[in-house]
Design a protein around this ligand. Structure first.
Ligand code: EPU
Length: 422
């Protein structure tokens, strides 16, 4: 199993640059399936999940190159409407390909993603939405088959049961090419990544309005054309480094970031008593004395992001008093708590709540990272703890954090990666 070994009692100090957003670029890459001209996407982070999406595009016939943070997707000669489970199981965002691929090929067969370490994560909203658009959906042998209707209704309205990020992206992208139809998605997710996808699609000739509000309206067009587009900075990566700075009593400036995408985190950090300076395109976090405990509920945007929930828990583990975290997005996002408790934290989970009783100091231990964000939380806990922490199963981290060890080392961390021996 791959490992990271982290030396404790380290304060993160220095300056780094934010990477492009993983969760923006994945649906943007999926949308390129529908564009039969060259597309150039800039500020793309070099991550395993991005490589997986590129492999899918190549598998269905696109020619894709990736260098200097730039992905170029060329139109391929043949598009195959088939994405095997082998690729979908590596990353759930692969499922975002099914709508765009069906629009181009007339049909698509994509492996149905299973559950994962943070919850069951079904795709029923994606499928019900596509059915509301008129697609015929069947499931067999673990695959989902979608077939395009002969024509689309003139007016389609679909209300999501929950503002799902992936389903909003899937439906908004698919609808962009439904010529002759006006599609309204209600109770849409409002995450900044949805606006980024809207901006990208509109730059390619789509007619979409309303991203960042609960109602998105799409007027389907006949074709999308090529364009050059730069993705937004990764707000979860920035949030991770801000929290790492506070956990380690450090002082870090993150350049090229967007404070307007992190309002809920920044207000919690201020409530905790952390030092925060917001610049035009940077965020600066610094320690200015003992922190206060807080109550936090993870919510869809603009609420506190579920992806930062494990990481702020690692910070609160050593904040005197009792903090309470409520997880409202995924049903199983406290899987890392036992690992933090192995490091001396005092956290009790009962259904969707975690009560965190702050201790003076954590102590290094051998732990296992159950998912991307929990892995980052354990690394931060390890940096702040006494002694050495060994984090197993860290390949998850490279799915979501670009040049993770390199950036941490720039900030003074002593961290060593031992790859899987297989
Ligand atoms: N849900 C359903 N049915 C669906 C879709 C979602 O029940 O068809 C439920 C999910 O099970 C979950 C909730 O709705 O309980 C929200 O899920 P959502 O669809 O919003 O999440 P997602 O699109 O699968 C994206 C991010 C996640 C992030 C969530 C929430 C990408 C590639 N992934 O997932 O990011 O946690 O939104 O903000 O955009 C990560 O980066 O580490 C990560 C997990």
């Amino acid at each position: 199993m791959s490992q990271l070994v982290v030396m404790g009692n380290t304060s993160l100090k220095g300056e780094i640059k934010a990477s492009g957003s993983k969760n923006s670029v994945l649906p943007i890459l999926a949308a390129t399936v529908m564009i039969e001209e060259p597309v150039v996407i800039k500020n793309v982070p070099e991550l395993r999940d991005v490589q997986t999406m590129i492999s899918i595009l190549q598998q269905i016939g696109k020619t894709v190159s990736f260098e200097n943070e730039t992905v170029t997707v060329m139109p391929g000669e043949i598009l195959v409407g088939n994405v095997p489970y082998e690729l979908v199981k590596k990353m759930r965002a692969s499922f975002n390909i099914i709508g765009p691929l069906t629009m181009i090929c007339g049909w698509a067969k994509v492996g149905k993603p299973g559950g994962c370490n943070i919850g069951q994560r079904p795709v029923d909203f994606h499928l019900k939405g596509l059915e509301a658009f008129g697609f015929r959906i069947t499931e067999e042998h673990g695959d989902v088959m979608a077939v395009i209707p002969n024509s689309f209704e003139k007016e389609i309205v679909y209300a999501l049961p929950f503002p799902s990020v992936g389903a909003t992206e899937q439906l908004m992208t698919t609808a962009a090419l439904m010529e002759g139809s006006t599609i309204t998605i209600e109770n849409a997710a409002r995450e900044p990544e949805i606006s980024d996808l809207q901006n990208f699609l509109n730059a390619c000739g789509a007619q979409i309005a309303g991203a960042s509000t609960p109602t998105i309206k799409i007027t389907g067009v006949r074709n999308l054309h090529g364009s050059e587009y730069s993705v937004i900075p990764d707000r979860i990566e920035t949030g991770t480094y801000l929290l790492g700075t506070i956990a380690t009593k450090g002082d870090v400036k993150i350049h090229g970031t967007r404070s307007d995408h992190l309002i809920s985190l920044l207000s919690i950090l201020e409530e905790m008593g952390a030092g925060i300076e917001k610049g035009q395109d940077y965020l600066h976090a610094f320690w200015k004395g003992p922190l206060k405990p807080v109550r936090i509920s993870s919510e869809p945007y603009p609420g506190f992001p579920t992806d930062l929930q494990p990481i702020i828990t690692a910070v609160l583990a050593t904040v005197e008093g009792t903090s309470v975290i409520e997880e409202n997005v995924f049903e199983n996002r406290f899987g890392y708590v036992d690992e933090l408790n192995r490091m001396g934290a005092r956290i009790k989970v009962s259904s969707s709540h975690a009560n965190i009783c702050g201790v003076d100091k954590l102590s290094g231990a051998e732990v296992v990272a159950p998912d991307i964000r929990a892995g980052a939380a354990l690394v931060i806990a390890g940096l702040a703890a006494d002694g050495e922490t060994i984090i197993n199963n860290v390949t998850h981290l490279f799915r979501g954090y670009e040049r993770f060890q390199e950036k941490l080392r720039t900030l003074g961390a002593k961290i060593t990666f031992y790859p899987d021996e297989e």
